[in-house]
Write a protein that binds this ligand. Structure first.
Ligand code: HEM
Length: 405
């Protein structure tokens, strides 16, 4: 028989108002993103217009199109907004003439040279014997070098799919959380605080958690500014884009080792507690008790099924990010061009998905649930919180038994 539990916790109306305001703002950004998704500025597959402007005879092959101009600019701007935007323009840099022309370019064009001289690895890639040649209808001599069908799919995946997926996943999921906060409100400790605490995480566990999460957040910020800088930062000036690009390009690999180390420590400390068990199915079928405040949350041990999903996302997602990231840091050491392309796609797409997932985790660990944050901050939780969310774990501790998953 169900008993009514009177909510003795605080009234969290303020949180709901904040949630509603955040939801409104995020809805606007989300709508803008949807508009961007369906508008016509596809830079990946440029439209090919045959014939000079206004001439549809189909005779002269002219590709001078706004879109291909925009795409060419993306490729030539590296020296202008890159690490040293004020530095001298390298002799081999592209000028404003770009390569939009109906005349075939000479084979040893500035474009090829500037790409070939970027670094040793890229240079090697362009050496005659290692060339990967595709098909092209573009009217310049070396076009086949850059126009491979797989490269086009790859650009489509990276520039269009990952970009929009990222924006929609991150903004859309944040919007969902803001709506949950506005409508459902903060999950309270139903019986109010007991003012007796229970030890939940020791110092080493907490230090590991904060090292990993701080590194993850820095990786996310630097990664997003590398991937989306052109959209998010360029409107504030090329100089700023150059500076953030420089900081991010260095910062991103710097935060990777503490993240990787944290993932290893977490795996060692928490794997046994996060193995799947039959309880998890029951917990999931009840939605973790998240949608009602009737005082009957499904029972859980130390980690409930939701937390186990977070744990495995951190471990499996983290390992994949570290391995694909290492591959990108050492290009062509163990993968060929196609392998590198896959590494980049996986790193980009998984990266934005993990950011969305961990926004959910941060939400529930802070504003989403009363009392959760202190588990990871001071290491102790209120006994009533433990009773409401992890009753089997509390029983284990109080009976002095060894824990299971
Ligand atoms: C500001 C950011 C973050 C906050 C406030 C936060 C908060 C918390 C809290 C309160 C817990 C303990 C929950 C409990 O008592 O059971 C926790 C656990 C955990 N956190 Fe975080 N966290 C943050 C970021 C991250 C990040 C970025 C990662 C991974 C890359 C991460 C991975 C984990 C894992 C694996 C656990 C154990 C499983 C779980 O409880 O979900 N956290 N976090």
């Amino acid at each position: 028989m169900k008993t009514e539990v009177r909510v003795r916790g605080k009234d969290f109306t303020g949180y709901r108002i904040v949630g509603a305001i955040a939801a409104l703002l995020l809805a606007l950004v989300f709508a803008w993103q949807l508009f961007e998704l369906f508008d016509d500025d596809n830079l990946t597959v440029p439209e090919v217009r045959w014939g000079a402007a206004g001439d549809d005879s189909g005779v002269a092959g002219v590709l001078a199109d706004d879109l291909i101009t925009a795409r060419s600019r993306l490729q030539d701007e590296r020296y202008r907004t890159g690490p040293a935007p004020d530095g001298e323009v390298p002799a081999n840099a592209l000028g404003n003439e770009i390569f939009l022309t109906d005349e075939p370019l000479p084979r040893d064009t500035t474009l090829t040279r500037s790409w070939a001289m970027l670094d040793e690895d890229t240079g090697q890639m362009l050496q005659e014997r290692q060339r990967v040649v595709g098909r092209s209808s573009l009217p310049y001599a070396n076009a086949e070098l850059f126009e491979r069908p797989f490269a086009r799919d790859w650009r489509l995946g990276l520039a269009d799919f990952a970009t929009h997926l990222g924006a929609i996943a991150i903004i859309g999921f944040s919007l969902l959380l803001a709506l949950i906060l506005a409508i459902r409100g903060r999950v309270p400790i139903l019986e109010g605080r007991a003012h007796r605490t229970v030890k939940r995480f020791n110092l080493f566990e907490r230090a590991t958690h904060w090292m990993t999460s701080f590194s993850f957040i820095m990786l996310a910020i630097t990664g997003v500014s590398i991937a989306y800088g052109d959209t998010l930062i360029r409107p504030f000036g090329d100089e700023l884009l150059g500076a953030t690009g420089w900081i991010s390009t260095w910062g991103h690999p710097i935060f990777a080792p503490p993240f990787a180390l944290g993932i290893v420590f977490m795996a060692v400390m928490w794997t046994m507690r996060n193995l799947p068990s039959r309880l998890d199915l029951h917990w999931l079928s009840k939605g973790g008790g998240f949608f009602s405040d009737d005082g009957h949350n499904p029972p859980a041990r130390k980690f409930n099924a939701g937390q186990k999903l977070i744990f495995w996302s951190a471990i499996l997602g983290g390992i994949t990010m570290v391995l694909s990231g290492l591959t990108l840091m050492f290009p062509y050491y163990w993968l060929d061009l196609e392998g590198m392309s896959w590494a980049m796609l996986i790193h980009a797409i998984l990266g934005v998905l993990l950011i969305a997932i961990f926004i959910g985790h941060i939400y529930i660990g802070t504003v989403g649930m009363q009392g959760a944050f202190w588990a990871m901050w001071g290491g102790n939780v209120d006994r009533n919180w433990a009773k409401e969310h992890h009753e089997l774990w509390l029983a284990e501790i109080e009976d002095g038994k060894q824990g299971k998953a």
